[in-house]
Unconditional design. Structure first.
Length: 329
């Protein structure tokens, strides 16, 4: 029990540290979101006076006149209430609204793609590691090259081949804009059709890392005494591969997969930009370009909580899967 309490305490401290950095870092960055918002207002022909500037500063919380520590505690209180402020880049929408509209797209696209790349990579790595020295080893350099290819270049190649030349998939967007959004088959089918190519880009560029890691762990595990004992007992090769070798070799990959799931909510910024996909990665880039500190803080908060939660789940699961971690700690 002390093991789990210590783990939980560590992640609570890590969450507090992340929230603190999330407060101070934007305030040390150059630029001012109020200036960005007033520039947009002037472009639309609006008048900008001292009163207008003061109103926007109070609304965005950039210059409330309070001491920094008072602002910090107000920020923490707002975080726990779910009040993330007002977005400058999508003014006057609240940050929570902007995130809630774009986050599901990213979770579905990047989440499914990450799971598929992990599953395919681990299964292939298991088979390649078990049959090392055969022609299957040729999969390693091929997938490694694809993993080393720049993300945006691979996405552009896929767009050129499958969208422009063959016209199999749409060039951009997350769904057919002529359709009404909702839980109906026509809209879901359109979303799957538009998301297939971005998901394929993520899978192709990620599967090589999982394959190589699993293959190396399989090779290392197969030299253990319990594998030799299982072979000496005359057990079937498939059972030895799955029940003995793969079961232990997959543990490091599971930890990496959990961390990858935590970063799912950050999206794939380059892929979303290339395909004009309406995910959280595009919103993060938009926030950086417009000095939208409130939206940046909100997105970083979601990413931080997701990564910490994923790591906490893995640590707790490891305590069940491998009792040695509880003993050693």
């Amino acid at each position: 029990m002390r093991y789990y309490a210590r783990k939980l305490g560590f992640y609570l401290v890590a969450l507090w540290a992340a929230l603190t950095l999330n407060f101070f870092i934007p305030r040390m960055m150059p630029g001012n979101p109020v200036d960005t918002l007033l520039a947009k207002l002037q472009q639309r022909g609006g008048s900008v006076g001292p009163d207008v500037r003061e109103s926007y500063e109070l609304m965005l919380g950039t210059d409330t006149g309070d001491a920094l520590w008072n602002q910090y505690f107000s920020y923490l209180g707002n975080m726990f209430r779910g009040d993330l402020g007002v977005s400058v880049s999508v003014f006057p929408e609240e940050v929570t609204t902007v995130i809630s509209q774009s986050l599901p797209w990213t979770i579905v696209l990047v989440g499914i793609a990450t799971f598929l790349s992990f599953l395919v990579g681990v299964v292939l790595g298991m088979v390649v590691g078990w049959k090392r020295g055969t022609w299957l080893d040729s999969l390693i350099p091929a997938t490694t090259v694809l993993s080393a290819v720049p993300y945006f270049w691979l996405a552009l190649i896929f767009v050129m081949i499958f969208s422009t030349s063959l016209a199999w998939f749409p060039l951009n967007g997350g769904y057919d804009v002529a359709l009404a959004t909702g839980w109906n088959w026509e809209f879901i089918n359109s979303a799957i059709y538009h998301g297939f190519l971005p998901a394929l880009t993520i899978v192709v560029s990620s599967v090589g890392g999982w394959l190589l890691g699993m293959r190396n762990m399989m090779v290392s595990t197969m030299s253990e005494d319990y594998i030799l004992t299982a072979q000496a007992k005359g057990l079937r090769n498939r059972r030895i591969m799955t029940r003995y070798a793969a079961r232990n070799a997959v543990l490091p990959s599971v930890a990496g997969f959990a961390i990858s799931l935590g970063f799912v909510v950050s999206g794939s910024i380059i892929t979303e930009q290339v395909f004009s996909y309406p995910g959280i990665g595009g919103k993060l880039l938009q926030a950086v370009e417009n000095s939208d500190y409130a939206l940046m803080q909100g997105i970083f908060l979601i990413i931080t909580v997701a990564v910490l939660a994923a790591n906490l789940v893995v640590d707790l699961l490891y305590g069940f899967i491998d009792p040695r971690t509880r003993v050693e700690n």
